[in-house]
Design a protein around this ligand. Sequence first.
Ligand code: ZN
Length: 186
Amino acid sequence: MELDTTDLKVMGAVKKGLTTFGAIKSGVHLKKDELVKILDILDNSEMITSTTGTGFLGQKKLIIDLTGKGEERIQEYLEVLRVKWKEMIDLAIAGERDQLDQIIADNPYMVNMMVFFGVTDLPTLSRLNLRFLLEGKHLCYKCKKELKGLMQKFSVSDVRKFNFKLPRGMTTRDDLCADCFNKLTR
Ligand SMILES: [Zn+2]
């Protein structure tokens, strides 16, 4: 059974000690029916067990645990992430931006998962100028400030339109914030 990223994230949450339905739901930011579906898949593939415990106020609650098989699957996945992260650091140091972009295009949430599982962290990504690899965050190519919905963004074609010098390594997938765009020269 192939598990997808969210399945693995749920298992990771359990491994981190979130063992009740509510704790996993808020830890992984899932809707109730989504989590029910995933727990069902994980249960059927013998990755988790669920038992009913009694909560603080005597209410019934679901307690989720990883099975031995589930624990093994997570360790395997962590190893894959660690190897991949080393590869990505090498690519970053070598300036192989295209290859890094390709890795993320093939597996958009990989770096998010690395952060989730503690294989890397945000300060390290910032230090290596790799925050752009985080899916779901759109950052200014130069200053790495987050480009929120209503903020002005400037693309490669804007830079060309004004005959400005294109920042080194900037591609059509990148954008600049207004501040950085205004600082460009011809
Ligand atoms: Zn900027």
